[in-house]
Design a protein around this ligand. Structure first.
Ligand code: NI
Length: 217
């Protein structure tokens, strides 16, 4: 199989596997990360074959058979790529990215080394901000039963990992606790530019939201 055929077969496999995932990590999240990663990878002169495969496979560990094993994403990716005939050098590069991007280590997560990994990580973070990020934020809040906004609740900027998981915050606070911080975590120049535009869009959105909340508009 040529590279293009391998990529489209990988996309088909993921579309099928993730079709019934209703959390934030459904097939369309993967699709958008894939598209963002291509845009970034092209501008940054990355190896697009590695970028595309890694973007497509980056959340494979979230698929149902994940049982807390951090390396599962890399292993499942490797098996799949061997099955469809990806060369070993590409496999190694992709596995490294998948293992690092899916590691939920928060502040201590190590920085992606390769430009391909940086492109995929930026692409994943971009999907949490801008118009898509806003939509995902409120969709997730609805799923969790969180309030959309409550002027009596302040954002909690020093949340522990436990609080982050268990606290019933508001979705507007989530902007301050996470979404507005993402632009400073971008690796690549292209990722930063895209993030800045999406960031400004969110700031405008918040202005509009507060004005409408107070009946000023
Ligand atoms: Ni993701």
């Amino acid at each position: 199989m040529n590279q293009q055929a391998i990529i489209s077969q990988t996309a088909d496999m993921l579309k099928e596997k993730f079709s019934d995932e209703s959390s934030g990590h459904d097939w369309w999240h993967i699709f958008r990360v894939w598209k963002n990663a291509i845009t970034i990878g092209k501008k940054e002169g990355a190896n697009l074959y590695v970028v595309e495969l890694a973007a497509l496979l980056h959340d494979i560990a979230d698929y149902k058979f994940h049982d807390g094993d951090e390396k599962i994403g890399g292993e499942v990716s490797k098996q799949w790529m061997q099955e469809v005939g990806v060369d070993s050098e590409t496999i190694e590069a992709v596995v490294d990215i998948v293992n690092n991007v899916s590691f939920k280590g928060g502040k201590n997560a190590k920085k992606m080394q390769s430009i391909e990994g940086q492109a995929v990580q930026d692409a994943d973070r971009l999907d949490a901000i801008g118009a898509i990020g806003i939509a995902r934020c409120f969709a997730y809040g609805g799923y969790k039963g969180n309030e959309m906004y409550n002027p009596d609740k302040e954002p909690n900027l020093n949340m522990s990992k436990e609080e982050y998981k268990t606290q019933k915050g508001t979705q507007i606070n989530h902007f301050y606790e996470k979404l507005l911080l993402l632009k400073d975590l971008m690796n690549t120049k292209t990722g930063k530019e895209m993030a800045n535009a999406r960031h400004d869009y969110m700031l405008n959105y918040l202005d509009e939201f507060y004005s409408e909340w107070k009946g000023e508009k």
